[in-house]
Design a binder for this molecule. Structure first.
Ligand code: ADE
Ligand code: ZN
Length: 320
């Protein structure tokens, strides 16, 4: 059976850099990597928590130097996503991770945007860009980058919040989200991946997010689940990521079936597919294998993804 058409709503474009592409870009840019080859690099993808992944994720970004590097990375993702059934993708980019390395904002934004501009014609995937801010860097820095993005009229539909979660509650970024909302941008944030339910409450009540990334720890708080269900807040869940970062012990322990049973608006996404063992289709296959998910549940997950996308009514109707 061909994959069901879906929207991918939780995807870090830098997390799509496959080991082979990391080596190809290093070669092109004259960079010597501290690994023998792509297999040697991939062998290091045995993570113990979010931070152990982030250390390698940020280090590998060093190969992204030119606009063409960002474009080629994005095209490679879109090519693979099309085979996974993705028909719409909302793609996060971490501008601060590139600015900190001396790569200009225009280089990373324009590079990714160039691939997205032709994604529908090239791959049948409509797409949009979300600038994600690093919560383990100062909120003042995020605000400055947001103002630069607005000033340059960057083609973004929204903002997000990612990187190391525990110790960096959403409320630190209240002003950033107020400015983004006033500029007409959609607001999403990672919360409840490793962080406690209180961070999910803050993302809802302080940041006033339109959508939550992960949110799996909401199940620890019944009142929070009731709130998320009542408001129909979309949760972009990433099963293989949760297993590889040890937020859950195994795929058989994943809370997605329980989340569906509670009536939460969940979708399946890949987060950083090059690092976590698979794209959207692989994530869905892992769930189906572990839980024997019915066709109806699979169709609900796909429909939730499309309904939770920042799409205009026409494109949504085509995909539903
Ligand atoms: N950046 C890239 N992937 C991430 C994740 N799973 N959680 C937080 N920040 C991230
Ligand atoms: Zn993520």
């Amino acid at each position: 059976m061909p994959p069901l058409p879906c929207a991918e709503l939780h995807l870090h474009i830098e997390g799509t850099l496959e080991p082979e592409l990391i080596f190809a870009l290093a070669d092109r840019n004259g960079i010597r990597l501290p690994y023998a080859d792509a297999a040697d690099l991939a062998a290091r993808y045995a993570f113990t928590d979010l931070q152990s992944f982030l250390d390698l994720y940020y280090a590998n970004m060093d190969v992204l130097r030119t606009e063409a590097d960002f474009t080629d990375m994005t095209r490679a993702y879109l090519r693979r996503a099309a085979t996974a059934g993705v028909r719409h993708a909302e793609i996060m980019l971490d501008p601060q991770a590139h600015l900190a390395r001396g790569v200009a904002l225009e280089t990373c934004v324009d590079g990714v945007a160039a691939a997205l501009a032709t994604s529908e014609a090239d791959h049948g995937i409509s797409s949009s860009l979300i600038a994600a801010f690093l919560r383990d860097r100062p909120a003042t820095e995020a605000l400055g980058v947001l103002q630069d993005l607005i000033a340059m009229q960057a083609p973004i539909v929204g903002i997000g919040l990612d990187s190391a979660e525990v110790g960096y509650p959403p409320s630190l970024f209240a002003e950033v989200y107020d400015v983004a909302r006033a500029a007409g941008l959609k607001c999403i944030a990672h919360a409840g991946e490793e962080g406690p339910p209180g961070y999910v409450w803050e993302a809802l009540d302080v940041l006033r997010v339109d959508r939550l990334d992960h949110g799996i720890r909401c199940l620890e708080d019944d009142a929070l689940v009731e709130r998320l269900v009542a408001d129909g807040v979309p949760l972009t869940v990433c099963p293989l990521s949760n297993v590889r970062l040890r937020a859950v012990p195994s795929i058989g322990d994943h809370p997605l079936p329980a989340m569906l049973a509670r009536g939460l608006n969940v979708s399946v996404n890949s987060d950083d597919p090059a690092y976590f063992g698979g794209y959207v289709d692989d994530n869905l296959a892992a769930l189906v294998g572990a839980f024997d998910l019915s066709i109806d549940d699979q169709a609900l997950l796909a429909a939730n993804s499309v309904r939770s996308a920042f799409l205009d009514g026409n494109r949504r109707a085509v995909l539903l």
